[in-house]
Ligand binder design. Sequence first.
Ligand SMILES: Nc1ncnc2c1ncn2[C@@H]1O[C@H](COP(=O)(O)OP(=O)(O)OP(=O)(O)O)[C@@H](O)[C@H]1O
Ligand SMILES: [Mg+2]
Length: 231
Amino acid sequence: MNALLEVRSYCKRFTIHHLEREIPAFENLDFDLYEGQFMLVTGPNGAGKSTLLRCLFRTYLPSSGSALYLSRTGGVDLVTATDRQILNLRHEEIGHVTQFLKARPRVSALAMVAESFLHRPNADVTPDAAEQDARELLDSFGLKRELHHAYPTTFSGGEQQKVNLAHTLATTRRLILLDEPTASLDAVARAALTTRLSLLKDQGVAFIGVFHHPEDIRHLIDKEIEIKHVA
Ligand SMILES: Nc1ncnc2c1ncn2[C@@H]1O[C@H](COP(=O)(O)OP(=O)(O)OP(=O)(O)O)[C@@H](O)[C@H]1O
Ligand SMILES: [Mg+2]
């Protein structure tokens, strides 16, 4: 079986112009990830964990190396792929959950999550069924019913994170990047997240995650990569 993701000699340095120097984030990372695998990323604050996820999602461009991703339509290097290819992959295959919700004005929490269910590729879902699935998923995360029809821009940090997770985990992604998704979640939501991740993993979804409390998901971890401070 071919790897879903093959990362080789992957490096990221930031150029700080006003200091006229470069700050290395990570250097020479090598790893493979297969369908259904869960990789934990560890390392101290500022090591480059979030930067690694942002590079794979191409929010940042890595400085060198390659990240060969085996998409449904063939292999693509995430480092050199065109912006159009990256947009398609973000739409169809690769998800990124950060601690910040990109809420759209005047779109309710329920509508945001229902949209993800509705837009699953090859799924035959009615808008009513999508809304029902979205309600159940938000319920499982413990988002209060009275907030389902409210706009998430005014939600608390934890409530926003619940919508964020439901929005990404409702879709059928093949690779999901998780950046401290439990940081502001209560116990109910953390348990619901673990259940959902386990279900998706069984369906073959691969994960790369940074976790504040890795004990929650210890049983899901297949491999670990530690990013050390680069001197
Ligand atoms: N856009 C940027 N411009 C310049 N430097 C940056 C940028 N983004 C991140 N950095 C630097 O890169 C290093 C790695 O940051 P990153 O956010 O990846 O760390 P992290 O391992 O996720 O840390 P934490 O555990 O605190 O979340 C830090 O020193 C940070 O200051
Ligand atoms: Mg981080």
